[in-house]
Design a protein around this ligand. Structure first.
Ligand SMILES: NC(=O)c1ccc[n+]([C@@H]2O[C@H](COP(=O)([O-])OP(=O)(O)OC[C@H]3O[C@@H](n4cnc5c(N)ncnc54)[C@H](OP(=O)(O)O)[C@@H]3O)[C@@H](O)[C@H]2O)c1
Length: 295
Protein backbone atom coordinates (compact mmCIF):
# COMPACT_ATOMS: atom_id res chain seq x y z
CA UNK A 1 0.00 0.00 0.00
CA UNK A 2 1.45 3.34 -1.00
CA UNK A 3 2.14 6.11 1.52
CA UNK A 4 -0.74 8.32 0.48
CA UNK A 5 -3.03 5.39 1.10
CA UNK A 6 -1.63 4.77 4.55
CA UNK A 7 -1.99 8.45 5.45
CA UNK A 8 -5.59 8.55 4.31
CA UNK A 9 -6.49 5.74 6.74
CA UNK A 10 -4.63 6.64 9.94
CA UNK A 11 -7.42 8.61 11.61
CA UNK A 12 -10.13 6.08 10.84
CA UNK A 13 -11.81 3.80 13.32
CA UNK A 14 -13.19 0.46 12.18
CA UNK A 15 -15.65 -1.85 13.88
CA UNK A 16 -15.64 -5.38 12.49
CA UNK A 17 -18.66 -7.47 13.47
CA UNK A 18 -17.64 -11.12 13.48
CA UNK A 19 -13.97 -11.49 14.38
CA UNK A 20 -13.80 -15.01 12.97
CA UNK A 21 -11.34 -16.23 10.35
CA UNK A 22 -11.73 -13.38 7.83
CA UNK A 23 -12.74 -10.68 10.30
CA UNK A 24 -9.65 -11.21 12.43
CA UNK A 25 -7.32 -11.32 9.44
CA UNK A 26 -8.80 -8.14 7.94
CA UNK A 27 -8.58 -6.40 11.32
CA UNK A 28 -4.86 -7.18 11.58
CA UNK A 29 -4.21 -5.83 8.08
CA UNK A 30 -6.08 -2.60 8.80
CA UNK A 31 -4.21 -2.13 12.09
CA UNK A 32 -0.94 -2.27 10.15
CA UNK A 33 -2.06 1.02 8.55
CA UNK A 34 -2.31 2.64 11.98
CA UNK A 35 -6.09 2.54 12.35
CA UNK A 36 -8.03 1.60 15.43
CA UNK A 37 -9.98 -1.63 14.82
CA UNK A 38 -12.38 -3.36 17.21
CA UNK A 39 -13.74 -6.84 16.50
CA UNK A 40 -16.76 -8.60 17.93
CA UNK A 41 -17.04 -12.05 19.34
CA UNK A 42 -19.94 -13.88 20.98
CA UNK A 43 -17.87 -14.57 24.06
CA UNK A 44 -15.61 -12.37 26.17
CA UNK A 45 -12.05 -12.42 24.83
CA UNK A 46 -8.82 -11.38 26.57
CA UNK A 47 -7.94 -8.80 23.92
CA UNK A 48 -8.74 -5.13 24.65
CA UNK A 49 -9.73 -4.68 20.98
CA UNK A 50 -12.50 -7.26 21.23
CA UNK A 51 -16.06 -6.63 22.39
CA UNK A 52 -19.04 -8.91 22.84
CA UNK A 53 -21.86 -8.97 20.32
CA UNK A 54 -24.27 -11.88 20.05
CA UNK A 55 -27.40 -11.14 18.08
CA UNK A 56 -29.22 -13.80 20.11
CA UNK A 57 -28.46 -12.05 23.39
CA UNK A 58 -30.57 -9.15 24.68
CA UNK A 59 -27.36 -7.36 25.72
CA UNK A 60 -26.01 -4.90 23.17
CA UNK A 61 -22.34 -3.82 22.89
CA UNK A 62 -21.39 -0.95 25.22
CA UNK A 63 -22.17 2.52 23.79
CA UNK A 64 -18.59 3.79 24.02
CA UNK A 65 -17.23 1.32 21.47
CA UNK A 66 -19.06 3.25 18.75
CA UNK A 67 -17.46 6.63 19.58
CA UNK A 68 -15.56 8.00 16.59
CA UNK A 69 -16.34 5.02 14.36
CA UNK A 70 -15.98 5.85 10.66
CA UNK A 71 -16.06 2.38 9.08
CA UNK A 72 -18.01 -0.81 9.78
CA UNK A 73 -17.54 -4.28 8.27
CA UNK A 74 -19.86 -7.20 8.91
CA UNK A 75 -18.52 -10.75 8.57
CA UNK A 76 -21.51 -12.41 10.30
CA UNK A 77 -23.68 -14.86 8.34
CA UNK A 78 -27.51 -14.54 8.18
CA UNK A 79 -29.65 -15.93 10.99
CA UNK A 80 -32.05 -18.83 10.44
CA UNK A 81 -34.83 -16.51 9.30
CA UNK A 82 -32.68 -14.73 6.71
CA UNK A 83 -32.30 -11.63 8.87
CA UNK A 84 -28.98 -9.91 9.15
CA UNK A 85 -27.76 -10.20 12.77
CA UNK A 86 -26.13 -6.75 12.77
CA UNK A 87 -29.01 -4.89 11.14
CA UNK A 88 -31.52 -6.73 13.28
CA UNK A 89 -29.97 -5.42 16.50
CA UNK A 90 -28.00 -2.32 15.56
CA UNK A 91 -29.50 -0.71 12.47
CA UNK A 92 -30.61 2.48 14.21
CA UNK A 93 -27.35 2.75 16.11
CA UNK A 94 -25.34 2.51 12.86
CA UNK A 95 -27.60 5.05 11.11
CA UNK A 96 -26.80 7.56 13.87
CA UNK A 97 -23.04 7.27 13.42
CA UNK A 98 -22.45 9.24 10.24
CA UNK A 99 -20.38 6.41 8.79
CA UNK A 100 -18.12 6.88 5.76
CA UNK A 101 -18.35 3.26 4.67
CA UNK A 102 -20.02 -0.02 5.58
CA UNK A 103 -18.80 -3.31 4.13
CA UNK A 104 -20.57 -6.67 4.10
CA UNK A 105 -19.02 -10.07 3.37
CA UNK A 106 -21.51 -12.07 1.32
CA UNK A 107 -21.10 -15.23 -0.75
CA UNK A 108 -21.07 -16.17 -4.41
CA UNK A 109 -23.64 -18.79 -3.42
CA UNK A 110 -26.26 -16.16 -4.31
CA UNK A 111 -25.54 -16.89 -8.00
CA UNK A 112 -26.69 -20.51 -7.63
CA UNK A 113 -25.68 -23.21 -10.08
CA UNK A 114 -24.32 -22.02 -13.44
CA UNK A 115 -23.27 -25.52 -14.57
CA UNK A 116 -19.64 -24.45 -14.75
CA UNK A 117 -20.25 -21.16 -16.58
CA UNK A 118 -18.66 -17.89 -15.51
CA UNK A 119 -20.76 -15.47 -13.42
CA UNK A 120 -20.30 -11.75 -13.04
CA UNK A 121 -22.00 -9.17 -10.84
CA UNK A 122 -24.25 -8.34 -13.81
CA UNK A 123 -25.79 -11.81 -13.75
CA UNK A 124 -29.00 -12.02 -11.75
CA UNK A 125 -28.79 -13.75 -8.39
CA UNK A 126 -30.44 -17.15 -8.58
CA UNK A 127 -29.81 -18.89 -5.26
CA UNK A 128 -30.37 -22.63 -5.12
CA UNK A 129 -29.66 -23.42 -1.46
CA UNK A 130 -31.84 -22.08 1.36
CA UNK A 131 -28.77 -20.57 3.04
CA UNK A 132 -28.04 -18.63 -0.17
CA UNK A 133 -31.65 -17.43 -0.31
CA UNK A 134 -31.19 -16.15 3.24
CA UNK A 135 -27.95 -14.49 2.18
CA UNK A 136 -29.67 -12.68 -0.66
CA UNK A 137 -32.26 -11.39 1.80
CA UNK A 138 -29.44 -10.00 3.94
CA UNK A 139 -27.78 -8.36 0.93
CA UNK A 140 -31.12 -6.71 0.17
CA UNK A 141 -31.48 -5.52 3.78
CA UNK A 142 -28.04 -3.90 3.61
CA UNK A 143 -28.80 -2.32 0.24
CA UNK A 144 -32.05 -0.92 1.66
CA UNK A 145 -30.43 0.19 4.94
CA UNK A 146 -29.62 3.75 3.80
CA UNK A 147 -26.06 3.10 5.03
CA UNK A 148 -23.08 3.63 2.65
CA UNK A 149 -22.89 -0.09 1.92
CA UNK A 150 -20.49 -2.07 -0.27
CA UNK A 151 -21.03 -5.82 -0.64
CA UNK A 152 -18.28 -8.34 -1.35
CA UNK A 153 -19.34 -11.67 -2.81
CA UNK A 154 -16.84 -14.36 -1.83
CA UNK A 155 -16.25 -17.95 -2.96
CA UNK A 156 -14.47 -20.53 -0.73
CA UNK A 157 -12.15 -18.69 1.65
CA UNK A 158 -8.79 -20.20 2.58
CA UNK A 159 -5.61 -18.95 4.17
CA UNK A 160 -3.16 -19.56 7.00
CA UNK A 161 -4.70 -22.06 9.42
CA UNK A 162 -7.60 -22.89 7.10
CA UNK A 163 -6.46 -24.75 4.00
CA UNK A 164 -6.22 -28.26 2.57
CA UNK A 165 -3.02 -28.69 4.61
CA UNK A 166 -4.98 -28.57 7.89
CA UNK A 167 -7.48 -31.13 6.53
CA UNK A 168 -4.59 -33.40 5.51
CA UNK A 169 -2.93 -33.05 8.94
CA UNK A 170 -6.21 -33.71 10.76
CA UNK A 171 -6.85 -36.68 8.46
CA UNK A 172 -10.38 -35.49 7.71
CA UNK A 173 -9.83 -34.74 4.04
CA UNK A 174 -12.23 -36.28 1.53
CA UNK A 175 -10.72 -36.76 -1.90
CA UNK A 176 -13.60 -36.79 -4.31
CA UNK A 177 -13.61 -37.07 -8.08
CA UNK A 178 -16.54 -35.47 -9.86
CA UNK A 179 -15.84 -34.84 -13.54
CA UNK A 180 -16.18 -31.22 -14.73
CA UNK A 181 -16.87 -29.90 -11.21
CA UNK A 182 -15.01 -26.71 -10.34
CA UNK A 183 -14.91 -24.37 -7.35
CA UNK A 184 -13.79 -20.78 -7.12
CA UNK A 185 -11.73 -19.68 -4.15
CA UNK A 186 -10.02 -16.70 -2.58
CA UNK A 187 -7.09 -16.32 -0.19
CA UNK A 188 -8.06 -14.26 2.86
CA UNK A 189 -5.10 -11.89 2.26
CA UNK A 190 -6.75 -10.87 -1.02
CA UNK A 191 -10.07 -10.20 0.70
CA UNK A 192 -8.32 -7.82 3.10
CA UNK A 193 -6.13 -6.20 0.47
CA UNK A 194 -8.93 -5.79 -2.09
CA UNK A 195 -11.17 -4.16 0.52
CA UNK A 196 -8.43 -1.70 1.44
CA UNK A 197 -7.77 -1.02 -2.25
CA UNK A 198 -11.48 -0.39 -2.85
CA UNK A 199 -11.74 1.84 0.21
CA UNK A 200 -9.37 4.25 -1.51
CA UNK A 201 -11.82 4.43 -4.38
CA UNK A 202 -15.04 5.10 -2.49
CA UNK A 203 -15.32 8.59 -3.90
CA UNK A 204 -14.61 7.53 -7.51
CA UNK A 205 -17.42 7.95 -9.98
CA UNK A 206 -16.78 4.30 -10.84
CA UNK A 207 -17.84 3.20 -7.31
CA UNK A 208 -19.44 -0.26 -7.38
CA UNK A 209 -21.77 -1.49 -4.70
CA UNK A 210 -21.47 -5.24 -5.32
CA UNK A 211 -18.10 -6.78 -6.12
CA UNK A 212 -16.88 -10.37 -6.48
CA UNK A 213 -13.52 -11.07 -4.85
CA UNK A 214 -12.26 -14.32 -6.36
CA UNK A 215 -8.93 -15.52 -7.74
CA UNK A 216 -8.18 -16.03 -11.44
CA UNK A 217 -8.33 -19.78 -11.48
CA UNK A 218 -11.45 -21.76 -10.56
CA UNK A 219 -10.56 -25.43 -10.63
CA UNK A 220 -11.48 -28.84 -9.27
CA UNK A 221 -10.99 -29.56 -5.60
CA UNK A 222 -8.96 -32.65 -6.45
CA UNK A 223 -6.39 -30.58 -8.35
CA UNK A 224 -5.87 -28.44 -5.23
CA UNK A 225 -5.62 -31.49 -2.97
CA UNK A 226 -3.16 -33.22 -5.33
CA UNK A 227 -0.96 -30.13 -5.29
CA UNK A 228 -1.15 -29.91 -1.48
CA UNK A 229 0.08 -33.51 -1.11
CA UNK A 230 2.85 -32.78 -3.61
CA UNK A 231 4.00 -29.72 -1.65
CA UNK A 232 4.07 -31.81 1.54
CA UNK A 233 6.00 -34.58 -0.22
CA UNK A 234 3.24 -37.08 0.60
CA UNK A 235 1.40 -39.59 -1.56
CA UNK A 236 -2.23 -38.73 -2.13
CA UNK A 237 -4.65 -41.56 -1.27
CA UNK A 238 -6.88 -42.92 -4.04
CA UNK A 239 -9.84 -40.58 -4.70
CA UNK A 240 -13.45 -41.67 -4.25
CA UNK A 241 -15.91 -41.25 -7.07
CA UNK A 242 -18.60 -38.69 -6.22
CA UNK A 243 -21.41 -41.29 -6.38
CA UNK A 244 -19.66 -43.27 -3.67
CA UNK A 245 -18.73 -40.17 -1.61
CA UNK A 246 -22.31 -38.88 -1.67
CA UNK A 247 -23.36 -41.34 1.01
CA UNK A 248 -20.55 -40.19 3.32
CA UNK A 249 -21.02 -36.43 3.05
CA UNK A 250 -23.07 -34.33 5.46
CA UNK A 251 -26.06 -32.53 3.87
CA UNK A 252 -24.19 -29.21 4.07
CA UNK A 253 -21.02 -30.64 2.48
CA UNK A 254 -23.12 -32.30 -0.21
CA UNK A 255 -24.89 -29.03 -1.00
CA UNK A 256 -21.59 -27.43 -2.07
CA UNK A 257 -21.20 -30.14 -4.73
CA UNK A 258 -24.64 -29.33 -6.15
CA UNK A 259 -23.36 -26.03 -7.51
CA UNK A 260 -20.76 -25.63 -10.22
CA UNK A 261 -19.70 -22.13 -11.20
CA UNK A 262 -16.72 -20.03 -12.18
CA UNK A 263 -16.76 -16.66 -10.46
CA UNK A 264 -15.43 -13.81 -12.56
CA UNK A 265 -13.15 -11.19 -10.98
CA UNK A 266 -13.10 -9.02 -14.10
CA UNK A 267 -14.85 -6.09 -12.40
CA UNK A 268 -12.36 -6.07 -9.51
CA UNK A 269 -9.16 -6.94 -11.37
CA UNK A 270 -9.66 -5.46 -14.86
CA UNK A 271 -12.18 -2.63 -14.55
CA UNK A 272 -11.10 -1.46 -11.08
CA UNK A 273 -7.44 -2.42 -11.44
CA UNK A 274 -6.87 -4.54 -8.32
CA UNK A 275 -3.81 -6.82 -8.50
CA UNK A 276 -4.29 -10.15 -6.74
CA UNK A 277 -1.63 -11.25 -4.24
CA UNK A 278 -2.54 -14.88 -4.99
CA UNK A 279 -3.78 -15.30 -8.55
CA UNK A 280 -4.33 -19.01 -8.04
CA UNK A 281 -4.34 -21.74 -5.39
CA UNK A 282 -0.69 -22.62 -6.08
CA UNK A 283 0.51 -19.22 -4.94
CA UNK A 284 -1.94 -19.16 -2.01
CA UNK A 285 -1.01 -22.65 -0.79
CA UNK A 286 2.70 -21.93 -1.07
CA UNK A 287 2.26 -18.97 1.25
CA UNK A 288 0.17 -21.04 3.72
CA UNK A 289 2.91 -23.69 3.73
CA UNK A 290 5.61 -21.11 4.44
CA UNK A 291 3.64 -19.97 7.50
CA UNK A 292 3.23 -23.59 8.68
CA UNK A 293 7.00 -24.14 8.32
CA UNK A 294 7.76 -21.04 10.40
CA UNK A 295 5.78 -22.42 13.33
N1 LIG B 1 -15.83 -19.70 4.86
C1 LIG B 1 -16.04 -19.55 3.57
O1 LIG B 1 -15.48 -20.25 2.71
C2 LIG B 1 -16.99 -18.46 3.11
C3 LIG B 1 -17.21 -18.28 1.75
C4 LIG B 1 -18.00 -17.23 1.33
C5 LIG B 1 -18.59 -16.39 2.25
N2 LIG B 1 -18.41 -16.60 3.58
C6 LIG B 1 -19.05 -15.68 4.52
O2 LIG B 1 -18.12 -14.64 4.80
C7 LIG B 1 -18.25 -14.25 6.17
C8 LIG B 1 -16.92 -14.49 6.88
O3 LIG B 1 -16.57 -15.84 6.73
P1 LIG B 1 -15.57 -16.58 7.75
O4 LIG B 1 -15.38 -17.95 7.24
O5 LIG B 1 -14.40 -15.71 8.02
O6 LIG B 1 -16.52 -16.61 9.05
P2 LIG B 1 -16.29 -17.32 10.46
O7 LIG B 1 -14.85 -17.61 10.72
O8 LIG B 1 -17.24 -18.44 10.57
O9 LIG B 1 -16.74 -16.15 11.46
C9 LIG B 1 -18.08 -15.77 11.58
C10 LIG B 1 -18.17 -14.73 12.67
O10 LIG B 1 -19.56 -14.41 12.87
C11 LIG B 1 -19.83 -14.40 14.27
N3 LIG B 1 -21.23 -14.75 14.49
C12 LIG B 1 -21.91 -15.81 14.00
N4 LIG B 1 -23.19 -15.77 14.40
C13 LIG B 1 -23.34 -14.65 15.15
C14 LIG B 1 -24.42 -14.06 15.84
N5 LIG B 1 -25.64 -14.61 15.85
N6 LIG B 1 -24.20 -12.91 16.53
C15 LIG B 1 -22.98 -12.34 16.55
N7 LIG B 1 -21.91 -12.86 15.91
C16 LIG B 1 -22.09 -14.00 15.22
C17 LIG B 1 -18.87 -15.42 14.86
O11 LIG B 1 -18.70 -15.14 16.23
P3 LIG B 1 -17.68 -15.96 17.18
O12 LIG B 1 -16.33 -15.37 16.88
O13 LIG B 1 -18.13 -15.72 18.55
O14 LIG B 1 -17.80 -17.39 16.74
C18 LIG B 1 -17.61 -15.18 14.03
O15 LIG B 1 -16.84 -14.14 14.59
C19 LIG B 1 -19.41 -15.06 6.75
O16 LIG B 1 -20.60 -14.36 6.60
C20 LIG B 1 -19.40 -16.29 5.85
O17 LIG B 1 -20.67 -16.92 5.83
C21 LIG B 1 -17.61 -17.61 4.03
Amino acid sequence: MENFAINSFTKKKFIIFGGGFSGRFIADEIRKLGCEVLTSSRQIQKSSTSFVFDSLSPVLPPEQIFDGTTHVLSCIPPNKRGEDPVLLRLHNKLKGLNLEWVGYLSTTGVYGNTFGEWVTEKDPANPLQDRSKRRLLCEKSWLDSSLPIQIFRLPGIYGPGRSTFESIFKKNIKIIHKPDQVFSRIHVADIANAILYLLLKINDKNFKQIINIADDYPTSQIEVIKHSYKLLGLKMPEPMHFDEAKTLLSPIALSFWEENRRVSNKLLCKDLGYKLIHKNYKSGLQSCLEIIKQK
